[in-house]
Write a protein that binds this ligand. Structure first.
Ligand code: AMP
Length: 438
């Protein structure tokens, strides 16, 4: 018997309905904010992620699933290095959505100079070669948005407001959510800040773990995120990003907070919040479902340099992504059933004659044509066990077609709750069903 790959899941039943609901709510809410859906390929050239996410990030260094075609695989093993591969032959499964969407925006020129911003949302599987554990999968699903061409701090605030509204519509209570924000500065002020943090880590080298010493060389800000408690304690004394912003970044951050205050959205400022990917500038944010024990359920921020890194003209941008599996876990912990019950149906039962079966066949097609979920028996069951099956499928109504009905050119409608029955002409069946389902 085959087995699924470790850290992957099959989506079906209520779990699948929950994932669909996340998409439905996104379509409606993000649509109201002017976002259109996009789907980019699940595989991209490795360079797309290296340029965008950053060579020094854990995601790029350790967690990407790399892809080569079968034809090149043997060759790769034989040569023992990928040095001979052309850039287009080096591929990876997407570990996150932003780099691919930005690559698509540049390639298709979504934001020509002076044009209105491009607002895009996606619902896609992501792939990361992490060690699987609760809430941490190798294939997981994200809903996310990318807003390209907007530098106004109102966009940051609206993005966050939309995210919090999204969580509420999915079933979270606002009080159970903790929104954390920070500003990480930009190309003008971050390099100097990064140097300060590097110097701080090197000053405290004897107190920090090996990983943090390595981070000091390549990506010092990541030391704020170290899994080692002691390192995090030491980092509490490190210089903080909000104290090291240039004037423009400070003004931008202050405006974002003013807009959030005006909208009555509660937030906590965490000057140590740094997000794992290199591309963030200025505003960053994360949302946690308090007490759910699954970590962050979503996060995002501004990435004003990313479009350029992907080869486009300087274009500001921002976005967020939320993780389906963690949201489902957090909602389940809060007792909220996100997927809802299996949809009910109308069951079309009939006795065994050819004319009855033909009439039932026609009735099913007509009902489905009107959008009704019509079920029936396809295994030669008796009428009695057809009713049983109708109950099992939670049918609200049964259409019954026997010899009498065929002779009268009619169908009997049976309410499965009250067991009331009425006969209606076959031509009026669909309307009669629709009227009762309302
Ligand atoms: P990130 O891009 O790492 O900030 O991820 C955004 C969201 O995706 C997180 O807040 C999680 O909800 C979810 N997520 C990230 N990595 C995983 C994973 N390995 N398994 C499940 N969900 C994940």
């Amino acid at each position: 018997m085959g087995q699924k790959v470790q850290g992957t899941e099959d989506l079906f039943g209520g779990y699948m309905r929950a994932w669909q609901r996340m998409q439905d709510v996104a379509r409606e809410l993000f649509g109201a904010y002017g976002f259109d859906m996009i789907e980019t390929p699940a595989i991209e050239q490795v360079d797309t992620f290296v340029h965008g996410i950053g060579e020094s990030t854990d995601v790029v260094r350790k967690e990407m699933f790399r892809v080569v075609s079968g034809a090149l695989f043997g060759d790769l093993l034989e040569k023992g290095s990928e040095a001979h591969l052309k850039p287009r032959q080096r591929m990876a499964m997407r570990p996150e959505g932003t780099a691919g969407v930005v690559r698509a925006a540049v390639e298709n020129n979504f934001v020509p100079q002076g044009a209105a911003p491009a607002k895009l949302w996606y619902a896609e599987a992501m792939f990361r070669g992490e060690r699987p554990q609760k809430g941490r999968l190798r294939q997981f699903h994200q809903v996310g948005v990318e807003w390209l061409g907007a530098s106004d701090p109102a966009a940051d605030a609206e993005c966050i407001i939309m995210l919090m509204e999204y969580f509420e519509r999915l079933g979270f209570k606002r009080d159970d959510l903790r929104l954390v924000i920070n500003s990480m500065g930009d190309a003008a002020c971050r390099p100097a800040y990064r140097e300060k943090v590097r110097a701080f880590i090197l000053d405290h080298a004897d107190e920090m773990c090996e990983d943090c010493l390595e981070r000091a060389q390549i990506n010092p800000l990541r030391a704020f995120d170290c899994k080692n408690d002691h390192c995090r304690e030491v980092m509490k004394g490190a210089p903080l990003a909000p104290d090291n912003l240039c004037e423009e970044c400070a003004a931008h951050y202050a405006a974002v907070k003013r807009y959030l205050d005006a909208a009555g959205v509660a937030y906590v400022e965490d000057p140590t919040l740094v997000r794992g990917l290199d591309y963030y500038t200025r505003t960053v944010f994360e949302v946690e479902a308090v007490g759910s024990g699954v970590g962050a359920i979503g996060g995002g921020g501004r990435y004003d340099g990313l479009v350029e890194l992907e080869g486009g003209k300087p274009t500001p941008g921002l976005g967020f992504a939320v993780g389906f599996e963690r949201i489902a876990l957090a909602l389940a912990a809060a007792g909220v059933e996100m997927g809802g019950e299996e949809p009910s149906c109308v069951y079309v039962a009939c006795t065994g004659g050819e004319a009855e079966r033909a009439a039932a066949f026609e009735a099913r097609l007509a009902l489905r044509g009107a959008g009704v979920r019509a079920e029936a028996d396809y295994q030669g069951r008796s009428l009695k066990s057809q009713f049983k099956q109708a109950d099992k499928l939670r049918a609200r109504l049964c259409v019954v077609i026997g010899g009498d009905e065929v002779a009268a050119g009619a169908a009997t409608l049976r309410d499965m709750g009250t067991h009331e029955q009425v006969q209606v002409p076959a031509a009026e069946l669909v309307d009669a069903v629709l009227a009762r389902l309302e």
